[in-house]
Design a protein around this ligand. Structure first.
Ligand SMILES: [Zn+2]
Ligand SMILES: [Zn+2]
Length: 350
């Protein structure tokens, strides 16, 4: 096997280079994966454009990417699953498995978590936009042939959406609105539909994104900047939505959320804000008994996500807009930065 590989390394703001790096050596409990496809996430875009994502600032060059499909090419002694030759999707979040959160089933809050392609650690943890990836065998999920490389790389953001739904119990039979028609917002629409939400609305100021939301199964798409926005909400729901998924990370969307949700309703925060602090109409929380719930990455939703996609119950393919080869990684990131014209951009590493 070759000793070196190519990887998309972020050296500074808007400075992404395809560097040659050594192929990692096997370590106990790990699998070596030949990466086939990597999806560009909002976090990759933030690191690329701003050198930070929320409160995570980049402190050293690192490999981006955490939405990964690949093929297992070697495993450490004693590892039986996944077998060599198996095509897998990668759960980029490594949980320790023994802290109090892991043991209570909330592994996404693990005290010792490490996330691929993330500056949440110092130095940052390298990601999967590299030809080979060394990863915990337990972080690999086998995928059937009907989940091709492109769909496989959609599984991580889909897991984010499924986890957000779990945070509110059941959406079945409930009117739901998603604010923000980016990839995570659209995946939340798809997941909410699969889980039985009745009225599903999306709000986004960009017409093209509203159009896309309707295409992937939203019942209505609203422009939150229109004067008649609240009247439209009333016309759709009477009293407001029962559940709102805030997937935009835009301050006006969150402020408006408090007016759009009915008494006793729930706001689920999925989008990440660049602003460290935001003022909110907190008394609304009290007098209308709203719930304001955070949703961070995902828990044990991977197998469910894979079954939903493999069964054909949900179709994530319309969200894959462009696929570029690794050598055009910078162009791919620039494309993903655009708010229009694309939903999900992926990098082909085969
Ligand atoms: Zn992501
Ligand atoms: Zn843990």
């Amino acid at each position: 096997m070759t000793k070196t590989m190519l990887a998309a390394v972020l050296h500074g703001i808007k400075d992404l280079r395809v560097d040659e790096r050594p192929v990692p050596d096997l370590e106990p409990g790990k699998a070596l994966v030949r990466v086939r496809r990597g999806g560009i996430c909002g976090s990759d875009v933030h690191y690329f454009e701003e050198g930070r994502f929320g409160s995570f600032a980049v402190t050293a060059p690192f490999v981006l990417g955490h939405e990964i499909t690949g093929e297992v090419v070697a495993v450490a002694d004693g590892v039986t699953q996944p077998p060599v030759g198996q095509r897998v999707v990668v759960n980029p979040s490594r949980q320790c498995g023994h802290c109090d959160y892991c043991r209570s089933g909330r592994g996404n809050l693990c005290r010792n978590v490490r996330m691929l392609g993330s500056a949440s650690t110092k130095p940052p943890t390298n990601g999967g936009f590299s030809q080979y990836l060394l990863i915990g065998a337990e972080q690999c999920f086998p995928v059937p042939p009907q989940i091709d490389d492109g769909l496989g790389a959609m599984m991580e953001p889909f897991a984010v959406a499924l986890h957000a739904l779990k945070r509110v119990g059941s959406v079945a039979g409930k009117p739901v609105i998603v604010t923000g028609g980016g990839p995570i917002g659209l995946l939340t629409v798809i997941a909410a539909r699969a889980c039985g939400a009745t009225t599903i609305a999306v709000s986004d100021p960009v017409a093209e994104r509203r159009q896309m939301a309707l295409q992937v199964g939203a019942d209505s798409a609203l422009d939150p900047t229109e004067a008649s926005f609240k009247d439209q909400v009333t016309a759709l729901t009477g009293d407001g939505f029962e559940i709102l998924f805030e997937a935009s990370g835009a301050v006006p969307a969150l402020k408006q959320a408090f007016e759009v949700v009915r008494r006793g309703g729930t706001i689920v925060q999925i989008g990440v804000y660049s602003a460290p602090e935001i003022s909110l109409p907190v008394n609304q929380l009290l007098v209308r008994e709203l719930q304001f719930v955070g949703s961070f990455r995902y828990g044990n939703v991977w197998e469910e996500a894979i079954r939903l996609v493999a069964s054909g119950r949900v179709n994530l393919r319309p969200l894959i807009s462009r696929v570029l080869p690794l050598k055009q990684a910078t162009e791919a990131l620039q494309l993903a930065c655009a708010k229009t014209g694309v939903v999900k951009v992926q990098i082909d590493l085969t």
